[in-house]
Design a protein around this ligand. Structure first.
Ligand SMILES: Nc1ncnc2c1ncn2[C@@H]1O[C@H](COP(=O)(O)OP(=O)(O)OP(=O)(O)O)[C@@H](O)[C@H]1O
Ligand SMILES: [Mg+2]
Length: 440
């Protein structure tokens, strides 16, 4: 027997999926990794890959961890899993997407401050003390001694209308309101209770809204319409930015994600008069549902497969500690902003090992496009779409929406086969509403 075919020389790298309500992407991810049937040579050994779902149970802090990489969807709200992940990173060298400490401590507010410091055009933002003070034995004394009475109307005038009031650490649109005048500002403040709120100047009007979704160094840009119904917010559109804009959005997202060690994150940016303003980019557990992403879903699954296999195969060191100084050193340089941004992104690309990652994909994942294309034509894949639709939609809408999302995925297969056969460049197909799509 040659060492290559000797099963005793096989080493299995195990990827754990730490899941909540996710149904569709994990099922597709498992199928695709299985169908890739990878055998990656490593010295005189051969790496194989297994995917398992992480369970929730009591754990001893010294208990070993069976996973090499965990893709986590729970850290931001489910503390048992978050604390298990932290233990496994520290005690067992687990690699996890995303970094649980960074996710826990870096809220929207920090992300605004940090990216303003790097020179990004984040809209003008104020933080206001909460209407109802936090309960604490010292709160009365503290506020009596130090709280300065302020006129909310003056803050409103200084910032200018329209503006958005939103929690400093928010997500999922909770507590977000658009405010057009002083009366609305006062009413929203009355309603805000003990929540700590930002007031942020609205980018209004804007002519383009994009979400830039990063998985490791891969950045995927989608046009987004926040006013559309949930199933239709991610648009199927091409050519909505030009080359320099695409490069600028990519560099911006790379900078944000590398700065916070977020390997799976989505950055929202709005274009007004030719400038893209980042408005929300602390989203390190972004939407990954087929019912939102539809056409874009297969590419997102592909990006996750590539990056997680790369991390598991190479055992690259997980970036645990944040290191901001290299970014701030660039910020201090007297350079035009676009050059500084390129320099920040170069730090990010180095941290995300773009060259090594690209080489890994060429060497070991050249069949991924084909495998994913075929998989998304199978009844099994359609079954996963159906299961997700059944979990979210009322019974009488299940068939219609399953066909809708499936139709969009088949449209992706059409554009993808053109791309793979070289008759179209990436993102270069003409956008048409595919047959079977639901008009909204
Ligand atoms: N400065 C702004 N200018 C224009 N629109 C804004 C601004 N801030 C927020 N919005 C609108 O409000 C929505 C919700 O705001 P934001 O994304 O900051 O909150 P969120 O709770 O993090 O939402 P999500 O979880 O969907 O990302 C945005 O998608 C956008 O449509
Ligand atoms: Mg948002």
């Amino acid at each position: 027997m040659t060492p290559m075919s000797d099963p005793s020389s096989d080493v299995t790298r195990t990827i754990g999926l730490s899941l909540g309500a996710d149904l569709c992407w994990p099922a597709c991810y498992e199928q695709i990794v299985d169908r890739l049937n990878l055998r990656v040579p490593l010295g005189d050994q051969t790496l194989r890959f297994a995917v398992e779902r992480v369970t929730v149970e009591p754990f001893q802090l010294t208990q070993p961890c069976r996973y090499d990489v965990v893709l986590d969807r729970l850290t931001h709200w489910f503390h048992t899993s978050r604390e298990w992940i932290k233990k496994a990173v520290i005690m067992d060298g687990l690699y996890v997407l995303n970094n649980p400490w960074s996710l826990q401590s870096m809220e929207k507010h920090t992300s605004y401050c940090a990216m303003m410091k790097l020179g990004m055009p984040v809209p003008d933002t104020w933080l206001i003390p909460p209407k109802q003070p936090t309960e604490h034995a010292d709160v009365g004394t503290t506020l009596q001694r130090y709280a300065k009475l302020f006129d909310l109307g003056e803050v409103g005038n200084a910032l200018g209308y329209p503006m958005f009031m939103k929690p400093y650490d928010g997500g999922a649109w909770v507590g977000v309101s658009k405010i057009d005048d002083e009366a609305a500002l006062r009413a929203a403040y009355e309603d805000s209770g003990s929540r700590l709120m930002h007031l942020q100047k609205a980018v209004d009007p804007f002519d383009l809204f994009v979400r830039c979704i990063g998985v490791g160094p891969q950045i995927y840009i989608v046009r987004y319409d926040p006013s559309a119904p949930l199933h239709d917010r991610y648009k199927v559109d091409f050519h909505f930015v030009d080359g320099p804009e695409w490069s600028m959005l990519t560099d911006t997202t790379m900078t944000i994600n590398a700065f916070f060690n977020w390997e799976f994150n989505s950055a929202e940016m709005l274009r007004r008069q030719g400038t893209f303003h980042p408005i929300d980019f602390a989203n390190a557990c972004p939407d990954f549902q087929v019912t939102s992403l539809h056409y874009h879903f297969p590419e997102m699954v592909k990006n996750m497969v590539r990056w997680s296999l790369f991390c598991a195969a190479t055992k690259r060191t997980m970036p645990i500690n944040l290191d901001w100084e290299p970014f701030f050193a660039i910020a201090r340089k007297d350079l035009p902003f676009r050059e500084r941004l390129a320099a920040y992104a170069a730090v990010g690309r180095e941290r995300m090992e773009v060259d090594r990652f690209t080489e890994f994909c060429h060497e070991h994942l050249s069949h991924l496009n084909e495998v994913v294309w075929e998989f998304f034509g199978t009844p099994q894949a359609k079954g996963y779409v159906l299961a997700k639709v059944e979990s979210l939609f009322p019974a009488h809408e299940v068939e219609r929406f399953t066909e809708h999302f499936w139709g969009l995925i088949q449209f992706w297969r059409k554009t993808e086969s053109e791309r793979m056969s070289g008759t179209a460049t990436p993102g270069g197909s003409d956008a048409q509403t595919p047959p079977g799509a639901v008009e909204s």
